[in-house]
Design a protein around this ligand. Sequence first.
Ligand code: DX5
Ligand code: ZN
Length: 224
Amino acid sequence: MGTRRLPKAGTLEIAPSILSADFANLASEIAQMTAEDIQIVHLDVMDGHFVPNITFGPPVVKWIRKYTDAVLDTHLMITDPKKYAPEFIKAGSDHITFHIETVENPTDFIKELRDQGVTVGVTLNPETPVETIEKAASLCDMVLVMTVRPGFGGQSFIDKAAQKCRRLREIVGSDIRIEVDGGIDSGTIATVRDYGADTFVAGNAIFGKQNRHEALSQLQAALR
Ligand code: DX5
Ligand code: ZN
């Protein structure tokens, strides 16, 4: 549990979100990503309460863990992350991101998660002001900026939400990763890089395409 570490801040990383993958063939979907030198796999956990959709829980993470050495970046879109995070960590999650809206004392929770051996992230919905994570962000390893309303893959990128990366970069400096999530494709990835992001979640732009190698190449080319 929690033994793999995020790449050191400073490198640009694409983090495929399996939300748009073939859930009946997850092992091979993920193997295709790691064959392309992907270091981080993004796992979207939804509970039908915090967001209007349901995905998967710790048993699925446990099986994914057996098939990959990538960093399992676990994005908890759930009402009660305090209750369930330990189960995801036991199952093999390496990095846990929780929504600032769901925890009363983020500073304490970040420490609790660290003590369980994982790296930590906080995130905020597109309409939540960046000030709400100002204090917590500096205590994280990677901060997540939602660039769509959480709940579904394949939505349109919200530029105004992405612009929060600029302020966040000033707050956290260069040692903490900034990840963006939602509507990232070859048309938006360079924009968010210019705003200060270095970690790019992409679901539909990768798993929505037949040829995943080509999909990843297009994203990488757009970053060059
Ligand atoms: C949305 C999820 C995202 C989603 C992104 O609630 O947090 O990780 O998979 O999907 P795309 O890249 O399709 O916008
Ligand atoms: Zn996500």
